[in-house]
Structure formats: structure tokens, C-alpha cells
Design a protein around this ligand. Sequence first.
Ligand SMILES: [Zn+2]
Ligand SMILES: [Zn+2]
Length: 178
Amino acid sequence: MAETTQLACRCGRTKLAVEGAPIASVECCCSSCREAGQRLHRLEGAPDVLTDYGATPFVMYRKDRVRFIAGAEGLQAFRLKPDASTQRVIAGCCNTPVYLEFKGGHWLSLYGALWPEGTLPPPQMRTMASDLPDGMTLPDYIPNAKTQNFGFFARLLGAWAAMGFRSPKMPKTEEINV
Ligand SMILES: [Zn+2]
Ligand SMILES: [Zn+2]
């Protein structure tokens, strides 16, 4: 049986479980993730999801391997722009960022900050490194792809094929502005 990992928001009222291994563990260096991280951090009690060098760690899971156990009704969605196809969802109880979702996507990018210290699946690559501000240097113990590289898309596609090319629905969320 696949191993289940229990995750929770900071205050513990929103609980979820992820099943088995992730599609990938990554650090996104794109400007949108950085801006979102900074804006969401302004919310009361919100944790800082960015690394020292401004990247956002994400653990990507198939949607059918993510299950909300408690607090799904309190999730709130935030978009950088009203027409953005990407939404970032936070736990309304304590403003903990929970996941990023692309419209119609078959996976969720769960915020690495949800994993208790020392348990985060080690990142395998960084993406969008070309978006980092000038002069910012990245640790080089994992590949630093300038954009989204081929290996990244191959993993996503492989996971979608295994799902029979379906995209499960996620809980309904209220929209917020930050
Ligand atoms: Zn909470
Ligand atoms: Zn990003």
C-alpha cells in the first residue's frame, strides 16, 4: 500500500493527506510565485513560503492523490490578476498557503512549507531560474533550469497518462484579494 503523508496548516484546522510519491519536488524561481509569496505573507499569521534566494518550494502531486480531511470549506483562492489562469489557495483559518493550481491542470503544486521541518521531499530541480533578480546566486546542488525544462514536462505528462488523462475537481473555494 502506498504511504500516506499527513499535512496541516499552521493552526492545524485544515488537514490533508497525500498518497505515495510526488510527481516532483521543485523550487520555482518565477516572478509570479515570488510576488504571490510576498503578498500572501502580509496576511495575518501567514508563514513565509520563500527561500533566502526568493524561490518557492513546491511538491507536485496528482490531484487524485491529494485528499482534504478537514477544513476544505475554509479554503480561499487568490489570483495575482483577475483573469489569471493560476490560482493560489490558502487555508482561511490561519492564512497558510496550501497549493497552486493551473486551470484545468491534473496536478496540484503543494507549498513545501506545509511539510514539517526536515520532512520535505528533497527538491530535484529549480525552474524559471532566469526570472530571479540580477545578482541573486542559486545553490547548485540541484539543476537550475532557466525555464521549465523537458524533464519537468515529461514527468507531468507521465502522471497525466497514468490518470487516464482526467483532471479531478478540487473543493470549491471563495475568491479573495490580497
Ligand atoms: Zn489553519
Ligand atoms: Zn512560479
